[in-house]
Ligand binder design. Structure first.
Ligand SMILES: [Cu+2]
Length: 319
């Protein structure tokens, strides 16, 4: 059995792997990539490759517990709110063997996203792997009841392996008061105000710019976090399909700071509502700012042609 062969459908960098994993939909690239003075042409080609290489993926990632030759085990966690415990799970191969070899992507072997099904209570954390058993774990406590979606975003070890995002639902007992996600471009967190400018358009790359301020003053001391100055997760409201791309571009060096603006390019797979979560770090503290954007319908440009099976005039099968 040649695991590398099974996985190695693309010979591509991490960015392309991400794009492929998400479908065309989920390419979030900071503007700095496009503006990179050296290798500008390469970068341009790269993003073009991103958009086209995803065409083989029928649906966005994160809506299934299996995929890419892997399987997300059941997730154990406290059953009710206010109980301190552990959250644990394993990544299994299709043969049922625990996966213990992971490739680092964005500074971690695995990214765990937990969010309630209404889009609230977002957490992005990094559990620890027991190499002997393949068990991932971290201390865990729920502070609100509901149905949660747990995403494991990882790249298996091995040459040319693609990024995989698997998810499961987890129930937490108690009264559940769902929050309606309404369009929102400004978020307050820990004294910071984050605002997002730009629009999502189905099937088209558009610019998104998030700026961070505090007490009305721009924050220029954004610190590197997971190899970038900002990390954006987008979920599609309705199925919580997962669009997870860290900022690309030149990786900041330790001690570098930036701000107040973090720029991305984004492509939504379909019209509809999207929940966006920006992780950013200041003074060693990571904060998460949430936004809700509605993606408008695209214009049926050629860029969008690989996105969906658009309804055609149907021809009868066979003739
Ligand atoms: Cu992470």
């Amino acid at each position: 059995m040649n695991a590398a062969g099974r996985l190695g459908m693309f010979t591509a960098g991490a960015a392309v792997a991400f794009a492929a994993a998400f479908g065309v939909a989920s390419v979030l690239v900071p503007d700095s990539v496009a503006a990179a003075p050296s290798e500008g042409e390469t970068m341009k080609d790269h993003s073009t490759t991103d958009a086209s290489s995803g065409s083989g993926t029928a649906s966005p990632a994160g809506v299934s517990l299996s995929g890419g030759g892997f399987f997300l085990s059941s997730v154990t966690a406290p059953a009710a709110t206010g109980v301190a415990g552990e959250l644990t799970f394993r990544i299994l191969t299709d043969e049922g063997e625990p996966l213990t070899e992971f490739a680092v992507a964005h500074e971690r072997d695995l990214h765990l996203i937990v969010v309630r099904s209404d889009g609230s209570r977002f957490r992005h954390v990094h559990p620890v792997l027991d190499q002997q058993t393949g068990m991932w774990s971290l201390p865990w406590e729920w502070d609100a009841a509901g149905t949660y979606r747990v995403y494991a975003d990882f790249t298996p070890g091995g040459q040319d392996a693609e990024g995989v995002t698997l998810s499961r639902t987890v129930q937490v007992t108690g009264d559940y008061q769902p929050v309606n996600a309404e369009p929102s471009r400004t978020a307050q967190v820990a004294g910071y105000t984050a605002s997002i400018a730009g629009d999502l358009v189905a099937g088209s790359m558009t610019d998104l710019a998030i700026s961070v301020s505090r007490d009305g003053k721009p924050v220029t001391t954004l610190e590197p976090y997971l190899g970038a100055f900002g990390h954006l997760v987008a979920l599609r409201d309705g199925d919580l399909a997962y669009l997870h791309v860290h900022a690309e571009g030149d990786e900041p060096r330790p001690g570098d700071t930036s701000g107040p603006e973090i720029a991305f390019m984004a492509e939504a797979p379909t019209p509809g509502r999207y929940l966006l979560y920006l992780d950013f770090q200041v003074d060693g503290q990571v904060h998460t700012a949430g936004f809700v954007l509605d993606a408008g319908a695209g214009h049926g440009s050629s860029d969008a042609s690989t996105l969906n099976e658009e309804p055609h005039d149907e021809e009868p099968h066979g003739h």
